[in-house]
Design a protein around this ligand. Structure first.
Ligand code: SF4
Length: 479
């Protein structure tokens, strides 16, 4: 039985098949004092726009905001790397009293002269929202003087949650779309939305589409380029990954340019295949051969990875996983992927899921699974102990929770350095899960003490010693 730790949050937690009917609340302001795992509005906008590699990203605010989001996505670029530099106007007490507009103007002029970016994004933080600097006016002035798009991102941290940051980022990006020629774009063309090119993942996905005969016009925003986004309105279809980050951009493109969108996921065998088939179905009338080419890509890729997946599954069968990620779409794929590996999802949650997302999670998980919205460390810790999971999949803020509890951890977020998308990503993920779950180190953590003691006393001492366990570990009470 899962008891809520904070009474106010009880309808943001649901146990599948439990006594309560499904009626989850979501997209609420985080409970004050509960130390949410969720990021602020500014962070939400920054993670979406940051991978645009030839743009200048200037944080208008105190240095702490810039430090919080610096390099938060390990978004790789195939060319310019301006996005890897973190710029801030470093607002101080004086600026709070007298305003920071002059400082912003000077910083923008200096940075544009020095780095010659293709565009500049200026992010508003909490303090800018409080002192009321007119960022729009400063950006307009600099844009006129320097001749490059200078776009304010209205992302004051306090004005909502991370999801509103996505909206702010998309509103900024749509100002670029529709501003460059589109004559040479193929009728079989897409924009890739919601992929941030962690560990080069977008290159893997673009390759699949190329083999299908589909042109990618703009990466929004992994390995992104201002010039591509400016002509993104020429694509025939927007392919949106993940549940939240770039969906507002797709909706705006639909409204303004009539470009339809589909939602996909590139994680796991089923979702990756389905993403390719969805695109093939969309273009089937224009190009009847596309379905055959897609089948070929999918079958070649699956044939290459299945032997290894089957091998890893033998050890992983019956193990339990906890998932806490930013977007719920990623959570859907992870639940299915763990099932492929013979594992069960015991806990699943997200920072920004919608009611529909949680209903979908309710439908695809097993009875007893805890589903949670906008969680916090206390809850996650209690759920992990209750379910006694073998691995926790999350991001940078979840890692210490897992390790402190003596649970294996897999980074499936901005900071990871491993490609987890596509068919190749499925093997990488399975190998990482296997390495982590099967590590002998977990036998020596307090969480496993009871079971461990029993097994050591029976027959396991030799094998533990052969794994290099220190003498102290074997003493009574030390584990
Ligand atoms: S909540 Fe405000 S002060 Fe904190 S990082 Fe976000 S914008 Fe900066």
């Amino acid at each position: 039985m899962t008891q809520p730790i904070f009474e106010d949050r009880k309808n943001q937690i649901h146990v599948k098949g439990g006594a309560e009917p499904f009626d989850m609340a979501c997209n609420r302001d985080s409970l004050a004092g509960a130390v949410s795992q969720r990021a602020c509005v500014f962070c939400g906008s920054r993670v979406v726009l940051y991978p645009i590699a030839d743009a200048l990203h200037l944080v208008h605010g105190p240095i702490g905001c810039a430090a919080y989001t610096w390099d938060i996505r390990g978004a790789v670029s195939s060319g310019p790397e301006l996005h890897r530099l973190s710029f801030s106007t470093d607002l101080r007490e004086n600026d709070v009293v007298f305003g920071g507009e002059q400082k912003l103007y000077r910083a923008l002029c200096e940075l544009i002269d020095r780095h010659e970016p293709k565009a500049a994004f200026v992010y508003s933080t909490c303090i800018v929202g409080i002192i009321g600097d007119d960022m729009e006016a400063v950006c307009r002035r600099v844009e006129k003087e320097k001749g490059v798009p200078v776009i304010p991102v209205q992302s004051e941290g306090f004005k909502g949650n991370k999801r509103e940051g996505y909206d702010a980022a998309c509103k900024a990006m749509i100002r670029l779309a529709g501003t460059a020629p589109i004559d040479d774009i193929s009728p079989l063309s897409i924009n890739l939305l919601g992929d941030f090119n962690l560990a080069g993942e977008i290159w893997v996905i673009r390759d699949y589409f190329e083999r299908m005969g589909v042109q990618t016009v703009a990466n929004v925003t992994g390995d992104g380029r201002v010039g591509d986004i400016r002509r993104s309105h020429g694509a025939a279809l927007n392919v949106v990954q993940c549940s939240g980050a770039t969906l507002p951009f797709a909706r705006m493109m639909e409204e303004e340019y009539g470009i339809p969108y589909i939602r996909v996921s590139y994680f796991g065998i089923e979702d990756m295949s389905e993403a390719l088939y969805d695109v093939a179905r969309f273009f089937a009338e224009k190009d009847p051969g596309i379905m055959e080419r897609t089948k070929k890509v999918v079958s070649e890729e699956i044939r290459a990875i299945m032997p290894r997946i089957k091998e890893l599954r033998k050890d992983l069968e019956g193990k339990k996983a906890a998932i806490y990620v930013g977007g719920a779409f990623k959570a859907f794929s992870l639940v299915k992927t763990f099932r492929h590996l013979g594992m069960q999802t015991a806990i699943v949650g997200s920072q920004t899921g919608t009611r529909e997302d949680y209903a979908e999670l309710e439908a695809i998980t097993d009875p007893g699974t805890i589903i949670v919205d906008d969680s916090n460390p206390l809850e996650l810790q209690a759920f992990i102990k209750e379910k006694d999971v073998d691995i926790f999949v999350g991001g940078v803020k979840e890692r210490p929770i897992a390790y402190k509890l003596g649970v294996g951890f897999c980074d499936h977020n901005h900071e990871r350095k491993e490609c987890l998308e596509g068919f190749v990503g499925m093997v990488n993920f399975a190998e990482e899960v296997h390495r982590t779950v099967m590590s002998p180190v977990w036998r020596f953590v307090p969480r496993r003490t009871a079971g461990k003691k029993a097994s050591l006393e029976s027959n396991n001492i030799d094998s533990a010693c052969s794994l290099g366990a220190p003498e102290e570990c074997m003493k009574e009470g030390a584990i």
